[in-house]
Design a protein. Structure first.
Length: 260
């Protein structure tokens, strides 16, 4: 059964600030984490994937100080989202209960929030940040196995518009990021298949041409620097809506390419 949202929080294709590459905007810190109308269904799918194919959705180095700091940071923000610390466990807004595993911080996060979390760090002497850990249950046509351990330019190698100029702009954003000021961007694309788990290797062609499909898949991507380790967290919230839910005015401009 398709897991779809009832609405989109924003239409990025109608906001020049969000539809211009790389399209980053400041985000108020309290708005970093979300719980939306598809929370229960998305969390059930995340639990299924983490149990059925953990090697495809989770990569976590041990020890990984940034993952530990990320879990601590998220836990501090959970009460404002309707979570309740319940003895050794955490009661979720949908009534589910999860017992945090301090040895598996990203596994724990994967059972708490809808967002996917990727951790990027800049090794000493390196010119770019590198993805070093992630919980990625809802990939949109990419695979964790191909991206883990790569620098930003390698991660975005299949993206035609990600040229040397854009790569420098993105790296400057990463370097200038402050812990108290996250940055966000949105994307949106038509999809034939509403499934949230859609891994695709770089060598695989798309099964359907761009612009095809009766579903709209949108992501809110947020960059936040962790204060203690200095690692950058890249979080991804995913919405899937049926295009039939949106009227002509809402769809206007959807197929226009992002602004350079």
């Amino acid at each position: 059964m398709a897991i779809v949202n009832q609405s989109l929080p924003v239409r990025p294709w109608q906001d020049r600030r969000l539809w211009r590459l790389p399209g980053m905007m400041p985000l108020p810190l309290p708005e970093w984490l979300l719980v939306d109308d598809a929370y229960a269904a998305q969390m059930a799918e995340r639990a299924r994937l983490l149990a059925a194919c953990p090697d495809r959705v989770l990569h976590e180095l041990r020890p990984h100080r940034a993952a530990d700091e990320l879990l601590e940071t998220v836990r501090a923000a959970l009460p404002a989202l309707g979570f309740v610390e319940d003895g050794a466990g955490i009661l979720r807004p949908d009534g589910g209960r999860i017992t945090p595993d301090p040895q598996r911080p990203l596994w724990t996060l994967g059972h708490l929030l809808q967002a996917d979390f990727c951790i990027l760090e800049r090794p000493p002497g390196a010119t770019e940040h590198v993805m070093t850990a992630a919980v990625l249950a809802f990939p949109a046509s990419w695979t964790l196995a191909e991206k883990i351990g790569r620098p930003l330019s390698g991660i975005h190698a299949p993206v035609e518009v990600y040229d040397a100029t854009l790569a420098r702009r993105v790296q400057r954003l990463f370097d200038a990021l402050r812990p108290e000021q996250p940055l966000m961007r949105f994307n949106a694309m038509r999809y034939v298949d509403p499934a949230l788990f859609q891994p695709r290797t770089e060598a695989d062609p798309r099964a359907h041409p761009e612009g095809a499909g009766r579903y709209l898949r949108a992501e809110r991507q947020v960059l936040r620097r962790l204060p203690a380790t200095g690692a950058v967290v890249f979080s991804i919230n995913t919405w899937v809506v049926a295009l039939a839910q949106l009227g002509p005015a809402e769809l206007a401009g959807l197929d226009a390419p992002p602004l350079a």
